[in-house]
Write a protein that binds this ligand. Structure first.
Ligand code: DGJ
Length: 537
C-alpha cells in the first residue's frame, strides 16, 4: 500500500511539473502575471469579450455568414463556437475539417477569435453529439445504466469511447495547429482555447450503475486521488475536505469507506471517472497542439441532489478530484445562470483557478455582471449564451463591451497589479468599499436631488498617485485618505481611449459631480471618467 501511495503522490506532483512546462511557448497559453492568471496570445495578455453561439448555429457556414459582422458590431472580440464530433468524423477514421477551416476563415474576416467547444462524448450530460457509428454500437461503446436501464449517455468507464473521442480530438488539434499554429496570410492564433465536451455528468441518477461502474465503485479509491488530496489538503475546497475528514481522511479504502455512504460518494466517484476520461482526451489534444483547455459546469441551485444535475461535473466541491485525475485540463468554468453571481464567481476563482464563464446571462444582467467578473475577479473573459440571437445595436452588453474594449490594456495591467475593483449594486446591496493607493473608496448607488438609481455597476482602477479611472453607470464614489491630509475632488473628466490615448471630453462639475461632493456615474449610459484628487489640511 505504501508503494501505491508513493506512486500516487509522484503522479500528483508530475501534474504540477507538466502544467508549468506546457506554458513555455508563443501560442495562446495561460500565464500567472502578478496577481492574475491571464491568457497570453502572440506574447500579449488578451481579454476575451466573448459570447457563445446557440448550439447549432456554427454547424453551417452559410447560416454563420451574417452573424459574424453582427457580433463584431456588438464589440465581441471572441466567439465561443460549437464544433461537433459527428460533423468532424462522420465515418470512423475519416475526418472532415472543411467546417473548421470555414469557421476559422470567417472569424478572421470578421477580426474575431474563436474558442471551440468540442461537443463529443457528452453535451448537457447526454451523448447526442457522438457520431452515428458510435451511437449504433452499444457493445463497443457502452452506456450508463440507471435503475437497470441503459440510457443515451456514454459510460465514462468505456475505454473504447475514451480512445475514439481522444483520437478524433487529437486529429482536430493537429489540424488546428496546421492552419492556425503559425502565421497564415498575416493572421495568427484565431483559435484561443478549447472547451472539452459540454456540461458532463450523469443525468437521471447519482451514478452509473453499469456492471463496470458497480465493480469499480466496490473497489479501491485510486492512490493517485487520495495522495493528491493529502498533498493539497490545505487548499481543498472546504466541502470536500469536510467530507473527507468526517470519514477519517483515509488514504485507502473503497469509495464509501473513504467518502461515506450516499450521493456525495457517488458524485465523487463519477467526478473521478469523467475527469480521467476528459483529462485523457485533453492530454491527447495537447500533445498535438498545446493551447488552453477547460471544462464547463452545469450548476445546481442549493440542495439539488446529484442526478437532477449532471452528477460528476466539475462542481466546486469535486473540482479537486478533477485536478487529481491528470494534467490535460487547465481550468474549470461555471455556466453561471444562478442568481448569486458574485458568490459563484468566488467559488471558481480560487486556488489558482482563473475565472472564465463560457455561458452566462446576457442582455442587461450580462452588461452589469461583466464588470464584476473582469474587474473584481480578474476574469479571463466573459461569454453570454445564445449571443447570436442577442446581437443588435441596442443590446446593453454591446455598450458594456465597447467601454471595456477601450480600457482593455489598462484593465489587464491592473488585473495583474491587483488594484482594480469591480462591483454590482442594487437596493439590497447598495454600497461597496475598496482600498486603493492609500484611499478608501466608498461606492454607493447614484443619487441626486432625491432620485436614486435602481442599480449600478462598474469598475475602478488607480490612475497615477492621486487619480482613478472609472467605467460604469448608476453609482457614485466618495474618497477618504487612509492617512495624512483630507482628500477632495480636484477635477473630473469624461472621455474615451482611442488607440490607447485618453481623449478628454467634458470637464464635469456642478450637478455632474454633485457640486464637488461625489464622483458620479449616472444611470443613463455607461461612461468612462477620470478623477484627480487634491489633499488639504
Ligand atoms: C446549457 C448548455 O451548456 C448549452 O449548450 C445550452 O443548452 C444552454 N444550457 C441552454 O440554456
Amino acid at each position: 500500500m505504501k508503494n501505491r501511495t508513493l506512486l500516487g503522490l509522484l503522479l500528483c506532483l508530475g501534474i504540477a511539473v507538466l502544467s508549468v512546462g506546457a506554458q513555455q511557448n508563443g501560442r495562446p497559453h495561460l500565464e500567472k502575471r502578478g496577481a492574475a492568471t491571464q491568457l497570453i496570445v502572440d506574447g500579449q495578455p488578451f481579454l476575451m469579450l466573448s459570447g457563445e453561439l446557440h448550439n447549432s448555429s456554427s454547424s453551417n457556414l452559410e447560416y454563420m455568414k451574417p452573424i459574424w459582422p453582427k457580433l463584431a458590431a456588438m464589440n465581441l472580440n471572441t466567439v465561443v463556437t460549437p464544433l461537433s464530433w459527428e460533423l468532424v468524423e462522420p465515418v470512423e477514421g475519416k475526418f472532415d475539417f472543411a467546417l473548421v477551416d470555414g469557421l476559422i476563415d470567417q472569424a478572421r474576416q470578421a477580426h474575431e477569435r474563436i474558442v471551440f467547444l468540442w461537443l463529443a462524448s457528452w453535451k448537457n450530460g447526454m451523448s447526442s453529439y457522438a457520431p452515428v457509428w458510435v451511437k449504433q454500437d452499444t457493445r463497443r461503446f457502452t452506456r450508463v445504466v440507471e435503475r437497470g436501464n441503459e440510457v443515451e449517455i456514454l459510460s465514462p468507464l468505456c475505454t473504447a469511447a475514451a480512445e475514439a473521442d481522444a483520437r478524433a480530438f487529437a486529429a482536430l488539434m493537429r489540424h488546428i495547429k496546421e492552419v492556425d499554429g503559425t502565421e497564415v496570410d498575416g493572421s495568427t492564433h484565431t483559435v484561443l482555447m478549447m472547451q472539452v465536451e459540454n456540461e458532463v455528468g450523469v443525468l437521471g441518477d447519482s451514478r452509473d450503475r453499469s456492471d463496470a461502474a458497480n465493480q469499480a465503485f466496490a473497489g479501491a479509491v485510486p492512490a493517485q486521488l487520495t495522495a493528491c488530496l493529502a498533498a493539497h489538503r490545505d487548499e481543498l475546497y472546504p466541502e470536500l475536505r469536510e467530507l473527507w475528514d468526517a470519514n477519517g481522511a483515509k488514504s485507502a479504502g473503497t469509495w464509501t469507506e473513504v467518502f461515506g455512504e450516499g450521493e456525495r460518494a457517488d458524485e465523487i466517484f463519477m467526478a473521478w471517472q469523467y475527469a480521467r476520461y476528459m483529462q485523457g482526451v485533453a492530454a491527447r489534444g495537447k500533445a498535438e497542439y498545446d493551447i488552453p483547455m477547460y471544462v464547463n459546469t452545469w450548476l445546481p441551485s442549493d440542495n439539488t441532489p446529484p442526478g437532477d444535475y449532471p452528477s460528476g461535473g466539475s462542481q466546486p466541491r469535486v473540482v479537486d478530484v478533477w485536478k487529481a485525475a491528470g494534467p490535460g485540463l487547465d481550468f474549470y468554468s461555471p455556466d453561471l445562470y444562478l442568481a448569486n453571481f458574485e458568490e459563484w464567481c468566488k467559488r471558481y476563482h480560487r486556488d489558482g483557478n482563473p475565472l472564465y464563464m463560457p455561458e452566462t446571462r446576457g442582455a442587461a444582467a450580462g452588461a452589469a455582471n461583466v464588470f464584476y467578473a473582469l474587474g473584481e475577479e480578474a476574469g479571463l473573459g466573459f461569454s453570454p449564451f445564445g449571443i447570436d440571437s442577442e446581437a443588435g445595436d441596442a443590446d446593453p452588453l454591446g455598450e458594456s463591451y465597447k467601454a471595456l474594449a477601450a480600457v482593455t490594456p489598462l484593465l489587464l495591467e491592473h488585473q495583474s497589479a491587483g488594484d482594480v475593483h469591480g462591483f454590482l449594486l442594487d437596493k439590497e446591496r447598495s454600497s461597496a468599499d475598496f482600498n486603493v493607493n492609500g484611499y478608501t473608496l466608498h461606492v454607493t448607488l447614484d443619487s441626486i436631488f432625491g432620485g436614486q438609481a435602481e442599480s449600478g455597476f462598474g469598475l475602478i482602477m488607480a490612475d497615477g498617485k492621486d487619480g482613478f479611472l472609472g467605467v460604469g453607470k448608476g453609482f457614485r464614489v466618495t474618497f477618504s485618505a487612509n492617512s495624512g491630509p483630507h482628500a477632495g475632488i480636484g477635477a473630473v473628466e469624461e472621455g474615451s481611449f482611442e488607440n490607447g490615448k485618453w481623449i478628454a471630453g467634458r470637464r464635469l462639475n456642478g450637478d455632474e459631480d454633485d457640486q464637488g461632493g461625489y464622483w458620479r456615474f449616472d444611470q443613463r449610459q455607461v461612461r468612462t471618467q477620470k478623477i484627480t484628487l487634491y489633499r488639504y489640511e
